[in-house]
Design a protein around this ligand. Sequence first.
Ligand code: UDP
Ligand code: MG
Length: 318
Amino acid sequence: MPGRSTQYTVSIVVPMFNEADGIEHFYSVLKKELDRLKCVHEIIFVDDGSIDDSFEKVRQIAASDASVKGIQFSRNFGHQMALFAGLKMAAGDYIIMMDADLQHPPRLIPELIRHAQTGYDIVYTIRKDDETGFLKKSTSSLFYAVFNFLSGLKICNTADFRLITRTVCNTITSIDERDIFLRGLFCWIGFRQAGIEYKPDKRKYGTTKYTFKKMLRFALIGITSFSIKPIRLSLFLCIAAIMIAVFYSGYALYVKLVLDSAIQGWTSILILNSLFFAGVFMLLGIIGEYIGKIHMETKKRPLYIISNTFGDIQEKNN
Ligand code: UDP
Ligand code: MG
């Protein structure tokens, strides 16, 4: 496997939302780690519409460190958008995304880079987490099980703490989607990927900025942007409705013709009702299939992604 050059530049992308209390501590821990690497680096803080003075604090840090850069959103657009904006600005050969609360330990950075230098394009991290509450742990495992089943992808309990190479960064930022679910996209784009396990540290300052509502929205965006299977539910309901219609119509005819004990009108209402339900579910299913196709088409995802070529070859017909 070809190794990569030891001369490299690193961009760190840090989304933050009301992290003023801990941002200086985060910066000092991160900076120590980066200085040890002795590589050219930049730290891009993306302020996702904080209402505290997170951005001011970053500006103060930047006054004595030219490698610190800041972007401020006009309002809270969400963690995923903040990450995406940071990726668009990042200039490094290796780009590392991490949270501002020290739950993603900067001490892992050398290991992420070591993996990248052995030829991996995406080095993601897997939480080995003993301290997360039971509720958060079980809902997140359930989410990944449902997501993997519906999308056909295979993502594990990853965090948005990962390293990507310049090529992957260019590929991701050229994807023109509205509902961005980075964990899914990074799995979907392929390339050579490696995962490393880590035990997240405790949040040092403040509390989680992911409210229940934000998590629910995150889960819904994840599922709907990678799967049209839920829309197929109507087709399954249609098959169930047809089976019920056949069985019940047979029963209704038996009661009327053999037992001769049906109330006037009961047989026809029952047969018509069950057949109509089956028909309506079938039509909904068919409409759903077309809507699902439109939904996927509007994403305009590339049909394939080329990671390498050799020889004098380039696309001629585009
Ligand atoms: N964050 C953000 N926008 C938001 C929510 C969170 O930029 O709307 C940032 C937050 O400041 C932190 C990271 O995203 O750096 C992860 O959030 P948090 O630590 O609150 O999530 P948790 O670790 O509890 O899942
Ligand atoms: Mg956190």
